[in-house]
Design a protein. Structure first.
Length: 83
């Protein structure tokens, strides 16, 4: 059985009836959309989604920084006056 990763849940029928009310009632929290009592999707407000994407991008940039710091040992020292 799949676990539901949200405090709020609604059936697909409820979602079809009034999606705006569901979003408003959730107060920014994710809503698990259930089909036959199994989660099939999660509905989140746009602001929450944007914050999630920003966090993922920050994490990915952090990985790039760590990789480049590891490459620092093979860097060549350059004197700008000699260029």
């Amino acid at each position: 059985m799949k676990s539901v990763l949200a405090n709020c849940s609604a059936s697909i029928s409820e979602l079809k009836r009034n999606p705006s009310a569901l979003i408003e009632e959730s107060d920014g929290e994710p809503i698990a959309i259930l089909n036959h009592n199994k989660p099939t999707a999660y509905l989140i407000p746009a602001e929450t989604y944007e914050e999630l994407i920003d966090s993922i991008e920050d994490y990915q940039l952090g990985i790039i920084v760590k990789e480049r710091q590891a490459e620092k040992i093979s860097a060549v020292a350059v004197n700008f006056d000699e260029l």
